[in-house]
Ligand binder design. Structure first.
Ligand code: SAH
Length: 348
């Protein structure tokens, strides 16, 4: 398969353009066009000969929207096709200040968390940096957005399918590409990276000089129980995760966030709330409680809204910062991996 130019940083593109015997300023034109979501044939500011030369050796856009679903609450779900026929998904949420896009970092996932649809068939492959970027670029184009100030997407969350820190190099490269000033230029401060807690990579990330918000999927305050919900917990203990979070805070000055999917009868009792309090009290963190989106492939149930808010109340009363995540897109397979899973079973 041809290499994809959306993988290239501005500096890399400049080198390529010079090596092709073209003038340096062409790099700027091409970089902007790529981030606008254009194919080579649409780059009419380039000569036809040069466009053909590029087409011979490279692809421009690695991602195409093949399906989009609109929820009654305004949330949109996208199914993206990659060049090799694999599909991944993303979710677009509209907030008062603009759009937030949740994207995938892998096709499938190795983590196999019990409540999640993404890992049902294991990992297929990592996404390239340009493919992760491609999800953002094509949705921005779909929304009629342009670059910089004129982009429509202002927030990105790496919370779709895949474990970003299990695809570390491509994810970090993506974080740099998407925040380049000549491109779509989404500030790293408006990007959240969610991890199941791959401790060594959390330390590495703290040294990358990317100032993204770190979010950790916790889902239980007890190691033994957490291992039943998330197999990765057999490798990294909660105490190790907390140490890595403290390090991230020291290095970046950024408060971290814990995600906690409330599963009825499994991790939502008052004993869980109390244990969370002793674990997290006094830490510069926030807890995001998530009502489970039920997945038909497992038997886990969601509690009621009232129960979720009661759980939150217990945490707040003890001085923790906690919210219940707005429930969105339930009618359109809103949770990780659900849409791809349905697509795969329908197309078998
Ligand atoms: N691998 C990373 C990022 C992807 S999962 C991680 O584990 O953090 C990101 C989050 O999606 C999970 O923490 C969980 O909060 C949420 N999620 C996945 N499946 C869900 C479901 N069925 N219902 C509700 N939330 C879900």
């Amino acid at each position: 398969m041809k290499e994809c130019l959306l993988n290239f940083s501005y500096a890399e593109l400049e080198n390529l353009i010079l090596s092709l015997g073209e003038k340096k300023f062409r790099a700027g034109q091409i970089f902007r066009s790529l981030h606008l979501g254009l194919e080579f044939n649409d780059m009419t500011d380039l000569s036809k000969v040069f466009r053909e030369k590029l087409i011979e050796s490279y692809d421009a856009q690695p991602v195409r929207i093949i399906k989009h679903l609109q929820s009654v609450d305004g949330t949109m779900k996208f199914l993206f096709a990659l060049r090799d026929g694999n599909v991944v998904e993303g979710v677009l949420m509209k907030y008062n200040h603009g759009y937030s896009l949740c994207i995938s970092t892998q096709v499938g996932c190795r983590m196999r968390c019990v409540f999640c649809a993404s890992g049902l068939n294991g990992l297929v492959r990592n996404l390239e940096a340009g493919e992760i970027l491609g999800e953002v670029i094509c949705v921005n184009k779909f929304l009629g957005g342009a670059l910089g100030e004129n982009r429509k997407i202002i927030n990105i969350v790496l919370m779709g399918s895949g474990e970003p820190l299990d695809n570390y190099d491509n994810t970090v490269k993506f974080l740099r590409l998407v925040s380049e000033k000549n491109g779509i230029n989404i500030s790293q401060r408006n990007i959240s990276l969610s991890t199941s807690g791959i401790v060594p990579k959390m330390y590495e990330l703290a040294n990358e000089n990317v100032s993204v918000n770190l979010t950790i999927s916790l889902h239980s305050p007890f190691d033994e129980e957490r291992q039943k919900i998330m197999p990765i917990a057999k490798t990294y203990k909660i105490s190790q995760i907390l140490d890595a979070c403290s390090n991230y805070f020291e290095k970046t000055g950024r408060r971290y966030i814990f995600e906690y999917v409330l599963i009825k009868g499994e991790n939502d009792t008052s004993a869980h709330a109390e244990a969370l309090i002793s674990l997290l009290k006094g830490r510069p963190c926030h807890i995001n409680l998530i009502r489970l989106n039920e997945v038909k492939e497992n038997n886990l149930k969601s509690g009621t809204d009232k129960e979720a808010y009661r759980f939150m109340g217990v945490l707040e009363k003890a001085g923790l910062s906690a919210t219940v995540r707005r429930k969105m897109g339930e009618d359109i397979d809103g949770a990780c991996g659900q849409l791809r899973q349905r697509y795969l079973s329908e197309n078998e």
